[in-house]
Design a protein around this ligand. Structure first.
Ligand SMILES: Cc1cc2nc3c(=O)[nH]c(=O)nc-3n(C[C@H](O)[C@H](O)[C@H](O)COP(=O)(O)OP(=O)(O)OC[C@H]3O[C@@H](n4cnc5c(N)ncnc54)[C@H](O)[C@@H]3O)c2cc1C
Length: 485
């Protein structure tokens, strides 16, 4: 086995938890490596969720996820401003239809007040309908939390990736950790197909595989139940059903099927909550989608499901403790779990990173500030967001900005090239960075053009371009030259 360079710290997993932790650690004089088995960052649950930065009232008092989500929510405004990430504090509603649900709202309000959540209140159904006219007239009361918001979770994770790389963090993508090496009760590194990487500290941020990684390290103690959540997505042209995040009153299993706008102007309907068949089971099902079509109209009776353009599913990594497991191993020195990061892990991510920094320090890693740290990152140029004047200036600088390849979302060739320069190597990498393929035709028009540009820019045959790495090939081979004659 080839032994590579030694790092101070290795992070397994480049979801939101791995990338934000890498960025926070990059403030210090450390050699950091992030290893991700997906072809790109944001390959796991961080790309398939409700994209909500929760206000922080939902998790029970005393739980780690409750404490960290409340702190995480507060950090987002500054973080997104610094990294130029789309984030809107649009506020959330939890709707009650009967007396029992009104009591649930009272309990959530009490949590919110105990956590000092700004502006949280219960309003009547009539008051709520004045703010959201499409809301069902059967809604009797609503818990209103104005500090809840929506974010673009892909752009967030890509921004953390770009900014941490700018601050000298190394990434190995398309690389699966298959073992963790130890001597005398201490971690010494990780094993991958491309060699062994050495480090005194290993952070497990492997999402639904965080139980497997914890077992590999000899720590164990993570017992995940994988719960799938399916969604419908509406076209941006359908208009907004709601301008706020609207939940039904929660059950013991989940927050229920919600309706929320996205930062790009789509509407999300979902998620369901059913035990997944496997850790790779992200397929949507007829039953799941039927459940959304039955339950979402209880909140908004006039939903037109003919405006739906796509579906997706994400996997919750729920530990049996029903809480996050963020702790240093007491058995294996240097091994640290950020495991069982179920919802609201996206909200909690900035506070999870802070907690992990405290832990590595407590475990003996010296955190000395580095000479330079570049906190900011400039977001992408998006032709669709520019004025005609600005578009003309962009085209003058580079005519590729005048060549529209995705007609549904008005994405130009220049933007696809920018996405590739930022690290996209697959059609999904381009789609999640610039939205080419996210519109009504779902890549029917731009798909072949994006494959062509990826092939040209990355100097690889078109048949080698994939949707998201591995065997997800788009073109299987070249047709016989004489076939069309
Ligand atoms: C349906 C649903 C809705 C949700 N809605 C919200 C919400 O609105 N708000 C909110 O705050 N939270 C929400 N969440 C939770 C949130 O999405 C997650 O908590 C968060 O994304 C977890 O991030 P992560 O980095 O821990 O995991 P992931 O994003 O899954 O990252 C883990 C990474 O580790 C990689 N990996 C795994 N094994 C290995 C290995 N052996 N070697 C190398 N790499 C490996 C994976 O490929 C993956 O990229 C939701 C979750 C779901 C499923």
């Amino acid at each position: 086995m080839v032994i590579k360079k030694k790092y101070d710290i290795i992070i397994i997993g480049a979801g939101v938890v791995g990338t934000i932790t890498a960025r926070e650690l990059s403030r210090y004089d450390l050699d950091i490596l992030v290893i991700e088995k997906g072809a790109d960052v944001c390959s796991g649950t961080s790309k398939a969720n409700s994209a909500i930065i929760h206000a922080g009232y939902a998790a029970p008092m005393g739980s780690l996820k409750g404490e960290l989500s409340h702190r995480g929510n507060k950090a987002y405004l500054k973080l997104c401003d610094t990294l130029d990430v789309p984030f809107k504090r649009i506020g959330s509603f939890v709707a009650a239809f009967d007396t029992e649900q009104e009591q649930t709202l009272d309990a959530l309000l009490k949590n919110g007040i105990d956590r000092d959540i700004e502006g949280i209140e219960i309003i009547t159904g009539e008051e709520a309908r004045r703010l959201e006219p499409g809301l069902s007239d059967k809604v009797r009361a609503v818990l209103h939390a104005p500090t809840a918001g929506i974010i673009n979770p892909f752009i967030l994770t890509f921004a953390l990736y770009e900014n941490s790389r700018q601050n000298a963090v190394h990434y190995h993508l398309g690389t699966e950790v298959t073992g963790i090496t130890r001597t005398k009760g201490a971690v010494t590194g990780v094993v991958t197909a491309s060699g062994e990487y050495k480090a005194d500290f290993v952070i497990n941020a492997a999402g639904v595989y965080s139980d497997t990684i914890s077992e590999m390290a000899g720590e164990g103690g993570v017992n995940l139940n994988i719960v799938k959540g399916e969604y419908f997505v509406s076209d941006i042209a359908m208009g907004l059903t709601t301008s706020r995040i609207v939940f039904p009153a929660p059950s013991k299993l989940s927050k229920g099927i919600l309706v929320t706008p996205t930062t790009d102007g789509n509407i999300l309907f979902g998620p369901t909550a059913h035990v997944a068949e496997s850790k790779e089971d992200t397929a949507t099902t007829q039953e799941g989608l039927a459940e959304i079509m039955e339950k979402a109209p209880r909140l908004f009776p006039d939903i037109n499901f003919r405006g739906m353009i796509t579906q997706y599913a994400g996997l919750r990594a729920k530990d049996k403790s029903d809480d996050f497991i963020i702790a240093a191993s007491k058995k294996i020195k240097g091994f640290i779990n950020a495991a069982g990061i179920q919802s609201p892990g996206l909200t909690a991510a900035p506070a999870i990173a802070d907690r992990l920094l405290e832990i590595v320090k407590e475990e003996g890693l010296s955190l000395k500030k580095g000479e330079t740290f570049y906190p900011a990152r400039k977001g992408a140029l998006r032709i669709i967001e520019l004025s005609p004047h600005e578009i003309a200036a962009a085209i003058k600088k580079d005519p590729a900005y005048g060549h529209i390849v995705c007609r549904c979302e008005s994405v130009s060739e220049g933007e696809v090239i920018d996405a590739i320069n930022e690290g996209a190597t697959t059609t999904d990498g381009v789609k999640f960075r610039r939205r080419a393929g996210s519109g009504r035709c779902q890549g029917g028009f731009c798909g072949p053009r994006v494959v062509d540009i990826l092939s040209r820019e990355l100097d690889m045959p078109m048949e080698a371009v994939t949707k998201n790495g591995g065997e997800s090939k788009i073109l299987l081979g070249r047709m016989n030259k004489g076939w069309h004659k």
